[in-house]
Design a protein around this ligand. Structure first.
Ligand SMILES: Cc1ncc(COP(=O)(O)O)c(C=O)c1O
Length: 500
């Protein structure tokens, strides 16, 4: 790279650095556990946690990485190569050379990414098929393995069809751009553009999908206040566009709260909009069958398009769109981020399928993760309603300092700052996995400073896991934010947020 680009990039890096926004890669050393079963057709499932589960939550990092991390110095992970004692494979490190870290930061809510059946499915598929025919799905990248996974996901979501995408991000982009390119009547004969209504705290992939749709199809965009159904109703009522789409996360990734899906279903009936929900964090976590937040609320049939990812509770990688056959046809024909990207590798697809099968058999995983949420809520006196438990600071430096303190004590709890969350709402984002034990949560609670434990009434609305899903989700859905302070910050942010 030369010429003006060099200078532009230097400047950009400089300002990011000044704003403390240069991100770093921190290489984790994963423990080795050899658990591939001998029987190639068996799907090993278990009654409880096994040693393999540890690999999903307990890792190690080099001291050089910890030092760089604590100093908040920019890194590309190069310190691991500089340290001659460090071996990225974890092989011949003497004991005590690595810093042990318990992760409370991942999205592998059921711990399936390290499950023996998932490892085995990926390994066998790799041995038998390699990485698959490498091309986009529409060329030659789509196989019977992809089809089987799509059918399994459609069954999970109770939809006619499902379409696999390279990632959840790509799935949201494909949905939003494809939907808004629908022109009624003869192609090119006009029709007013679609109006999109998007929750103020929707995920970045929705925000970007909406932006592209706006540019590409001249879509009219309205951002409604987070979970504020009155605001949405007003915007819908005042909007003269014929074709309307409402899009929302079902379980918000940074706040851990739920979209009020029952109210959205009622509004859909009244206003006749297309309802798109992003179940990235709800799939396999919520609902008796793991169908997601829509299942937990009993509104699966009122949702037109369910977007999901294979990279969170399913423990693998990739995205999907569950919908009617017609919507699938449209999206696979018009969703550019689906069309122009290589299909998922077969081992990943086989592993995701195995993960869903395991989740169905090992129901205790779902129960465990909710039991940990309950334990954490009771121990801290704070109300947490999902395996995503944010502790709000407001100030970015304070959140960073708290994260650093926990890191020193062996807990990885990231500080989430703007632009990921609204200005003034920096937080620690704690997440739970079925791979954690009650002792892990107890240790985390002990490590959290007093400021993070507000002694108050125990959150008695959390009854026994699983049986409580539908009823208590309704209760928490009406709760706009987790803390009073947060509510104020969000209101302010919505006012400040520029139009998409
Ligand atoms: C709500 C939400 N939607 C979509 C995505 C994107 O999923 P993926 O990581 O598969 O691209 C994420 C991931 O962070 C998410 O949190």
């Amino acid at each position: 790279m030369s010429g003006p680009w060099d200078a532009w990039l230097d400047d950009a890096l400089q300002s990011l650095g000044d704003a403390m926004l240069l991100r770093s890669l921190r290489p984790l050393v994963l423990p080795e556990t050899h658990v591939v079963s001998q029987d190639r057709h068996a799907l090993p499932t278990f009654e409880g946690l096994g040693p393999w589960d540890r690999a999903g939550v307990a890792v190690e990092v080099s001291h050089a990485t910890v030092d760089a991390w604590l100093r908040d110095s920019s890194s590309t992970g190069e310190e691991v190569e500089r340290n001659p004692n460090h071996n990225a494979g974890g092989g011949d490190n003497a004991e005590g050379e690595l810093h042990k870290l318990l992760l409370f930061s991942g999205n592998d809510y059921l711990g399936l990414s390290v499950h023996p059946a998932v490892r085995q499915a990926a390994a066998q598929a790799a041995v038998e098929f390699g990485m698959g025919p490498r091309a986009s799905a529409l060329v030659c990248g789509y196989t019977s393995h992809h089809r089987l996974l799509e059918s399994t996901l459609a069954e999970l979501k109770e939809t006619e069809e499902c379409l696999l995408c390279p990632t959840g991000f790509a799935a949201n982009m494909a949905v939003l751009t494809a939907i808004t390119s629908v022109v009624p009547g003869k192609r090119g004969s006009g029709g007013s553009p679609v109006a999109i209504f998007s929750d103020a705290l929707n995920h970045a992939s929705i925000v970007d999908g909406v932006r592209v749709a706006q540019r590409q199809s001249n879509a009219e965009v309205h951002v409604y206040r987070h979970n504020d159904m009155m605001h949405l109703h007003q915007l819908l009522t005042n909007c003269k566009r014929e074709r309307k789409v409402v899009v929302t996360d079902s379980l918000f990734s940074m706040d851990g709260d739920f979209a009020p899906l029952k109210e959205l279903a009622a509004l859909r009936k009244r206003h006749g909009f297309l309802l798109v929900i992003d179940e990235a964090h709800g799939t396999l976590v919520c609902g008796e069958n793991g169908g997601g937040v829509a299942e937990a609320f009993g509104v699966q049939g009122h949702v037109d398009i369910h977007v999901g990812t294979l990279s969170k509770a399913i423990g693998c990688h990739g995205g999907f769109i569950a919908s009617s056959r017609k919507w699938k046809q449209w999206i696979q024909s018009r969703g550019r981020s689906f069309i122009f990207s290589t299909a998922l590798p077969v081992p990943v697809v086989a592993a995701a399928h195995a993960a869903i099968m395991v989740a169905k058999k090992e129901k205790w995983r779902q129960h465990n993760v909710w039991a940990l949420v309950r334990q954490f809520s009771e121990a801290t006196g704070l109300i947490f309603t999902s395996p995503i438990a944010p502790i709000l600071f407001g100030d970015a430096d304070a959140a960073l300092e708290a994260s650093r303190k926990l890191l020193k004590m062996g807990f990885h709890v990231p500080a989430i700052r703007p632009p990921t969350v609204p200005v003034g709402s920096s937080r620690l984002r704690i997440t739970f996995s079925a791979g954690h034990t009650a002792a892990d949560v107890e240790a985390l609670v002990k490590a959290l400073p007093v400021w993070a434990k507000k002694k108050g009434p125990s959150p008695n609305f959390l009854p026994t896991p699983v049986s409580w899903f539908p009823s208590s989700l309704e209760k928490v859905a009406t709760q706009k934010c987790l803390h009073e302070k947060h509510e104020k910050v969000q209101d302010k942010q919505v006012r400040l947020r520029p139009k998409l």
